[in-house]
Design a protein around this ligand. Structure first.
Ligand SMILES: [Zn+2]
Length: 599
């Protein structure tokens, strides 16, 4: 564990008192003065290089050309070389060895500087160069892999479309098997990267790469795994009911006997991470007919200004890239939605390709969640090194919270998107939401992904056991089995992008999901006094104040303390379970007489 938690708490009391002037007569320690000088230099350079790097990346993402790619690579290297500079690492480590003489904010800044350095510590330039080369090679295999179905090339979109639409199990199995081909090509690179990533972490004093990544939560590997196991334990009775209901529903759809475990190719998603398309729920698509993309983004901004947040800065509207490239325009842009904090100050931009439909409506609300988080913590009290989320999951969590709130029927009625007399089938909506967004995802993210990556990085699981371990976890956590037996010549984990390019990070999505539900439950119960499944945040300044008190802090305080102060709770799936609780009795009724689970 890289920081002592109890000690941080003691510091906090002292630093708060200092800030309020109670200790104003006490002179800062010589170590504190040395840290202040060091950090003013590091913060200024960090912000400057961050800005140059973001500008180059932004240009490369909004206008894809070889020249822009090359420029962004140069800027990225300069930024990484600054962060991993040996002089910064040595000085930060030295100052942290005197942490008792430093205030809490300083300790957090130094720890963040070291976490930034850990991705490319130039104390071992050869190791860093080897890792960059291996990461680049892996990304290139991943991005250019050509999938084939019966010898014919097939795109990822075609794979997903077939899995969404086909009711022919033989065809589904063929497509599912085709989607697993890339793992074979990626396995060698992943073995190499496991060694290099662990090497980089060890260079910074961590046991392995998983431990380095969970350090940004101030947690050990064991603590992170236990947290995720606790999430799943609380939700398990609900998951077992959903699993049973889906198993019977799909057996009926495909005219098959009911299996114990659900065959992976029966589910639309290639990894069974979301179970969409199973409930014939009312679609919101018709309500967006005749709306414009501008309506979508302006409604999203209005959601936040209604809560009392400031309008987006004029530069947002001038510099963002919000709509699809018009037909005939040769410019190519990245179509994945994102929000950017270009200068760690007021230059906030979003890259989207907004169309007037429910998916983009949700995405626009999500992306502005990042934007308003950036705006909230960009203030003099928060040094640039700490202008980030309280932990990586908080950023996604805010966006997801507003996306959830913006999709609720009372809000959509108040906005005039759906007619006042519209009567949704509430069970169908909630069931679809639980399957497509909520519950199976937890067993994928907290279960399979987190456990498998902890095994390969922290326990150095031999590569000839990777696939067996993967399917053991898929079976245990998800209740899913492969279409056909999978040997060690395959590496099915590596078919998932994040395993290759965002390693040991996936629990962040599970935490964001849980965090979102805790904030939402607090707001619904204590501020709005409305049922969490059906409420309306619109124009409620008290909701805005509640969110802002968390957002303005950035990473200046430990996230556990921030969460506890805001909601009175530790991180837990209690609120999530409560949200889906109305489904439980309905599912039990539907599943009456059926064997529950797969053991
Ligand atoms: Zn996001």
């Amino acid at each position: 564990m890289h920081q002592c938690f109890i000690r941080i708490k003691l510091f906090l009391a002292a630093s708060v008192a200092f800030a309020t002037g109670a200790f104003c007569a006490a002179a800062p320690s010589p170590i504190q003065e040395r840290a202040d000088r060091f950090l003013s230099l590091v913060n200024a350079s960090y912000q400057a290089l961050y800005t140059v790097n973001s500008e180059a990346q932004w240009l490369a993402a909004t206008d894809v050309t070889p020249a822009h790619d090359a420029a962004s690579e140069v800027a990225g290297k300069a930024y990484a070389a600054f962060n991993g500079n040996p002089a910064i690492i040595t000085e930060a480590k030295y100052l942290l060895s005197h942490r008792a003489e430093l205030n809490e904010l300083t300790v957090r800044e130094l720890e963040h500087a070291l976490l930034n350095a850990a991705e490319g510590p130039m104390t071992n330039p050869q190791l860093v160069a080897d890792r960059v080369a291996a990461e680049t090679a892996q990304a290139s295999i991943l991005n250019s892999f050509e999938f084939k179905l019966h010898g014919q090339p097939i795109t990822v979109n075609q794979i997903d479309n077939l899995l969404e639409s086909s009711t022919d199990l033989a065809e589904r199995q063929g497509v599912w098997l085709a989607s697993k081909e890339s793992g074979k090509a990626l396995k060698g690179g992943l073995i190499k990267l496991r060694g290099l990533r662990n090497g980089v972490a060890q260079e910074m004093g961590y046991h392995d790469y998983f431990e380095l990544e969970v350090a940004s939560y101030g947690m050990t590997t064991e603590e992170m795994v236990k947290l995720n196991d606790d999430f799943m334990r609380v939700l398990r009775p609900l998951y077992l009911q959903l699993h049973t209901w889906v198993k019977y529903k799909l057996a009926e759809k495909y005219h098959q006997p009911v299996p114990k475990l659900i065959p992976a190719h029966w589910i639309n998603n290639r990894w069974s991470q979301e179970w969409s398309g199973i409930v014939e729920a009312a679609s919101l698509d018709p309500f967006f007919k005749g709306r414009t993309p501008e309506f979508v983004i302006k409604s999203a901004e209005m959601f936040y200004t209604g809560l009392g947040f400031a309008p987006l800065p004029a530069s947002f509207w001038k510099k963002s890239d919000l709509y699809p490239v018009p037909p005939g325009d040769p410019r190519k842009k990245n179509t994945h939605a994102s929000c950017w904090h270009i200068d760690l100050n007021t230059d906030i931009r979003s890259l989207q390709s907004i169309e007037a439909n429910p998916q983009w409506f949700e995405t626009a609300h999500h992306e502005l969640g990042h934007g308003y988080y950036f705006m909230s913590y960009s203030r003099p009290e928060v040094p640039p090194l700490l202008r980030t989320g309280a932990n990586p999951a908080f950023h996604e969590g805010f966006g997801e919270l507003i996306a959830l709130a913006s999709g609720q029927v009372p809000y959509l009625k108040s906005l005039g998107v759906i007619p006042a007399d519209f009567k949704p089938d509430e069970t169908a909506f909630l069931l679809d939401n639980a399957l497509a967004a909520g519950i199976p995802f937890m067993y994928w993210s907290s279960g399979v992904m987190t456990h498998w990556e902890a095994d390969i990085y922290a326990k150095n699981l031999p590569a000839d056991q990777w696939n067996a371990r993967w399917w053991k976890y898929v079976r245990e956590f998800q209740g899913i089995e492969p279409a056909v037996a999978r040997g060690e010549e395959w590496c099915d984990a590596a078919t998932k992008t994040h395993i290759n390019d965002n390693p040991a990070y996936y629990y962040s999505y599970a935490i964001a999901e849980v965090f979102k539900h805790q904030l939402h439950a607090y707001i619904a119960k204590n501020i709005l006094h409305q049922p969490p499944q059906s409420c309306n945040y619109a124009n409620n300044k008290e909701v805005g104040d509640f969110l802002r008190q968390i957002m303005v802090k950035g990473a200046t305080e430990d996230w556990r303390k921030v969460l506890k102060e805001a909601t009175g709770e530790e991180l837990s799936t209690r609120a999530m379970l409560e949200y889906y609780q109305p489904l439980m009795s309905w599912l039990q009724e539907q599943n009456k007489g059926r064997p529950i689970g797969w053991e």
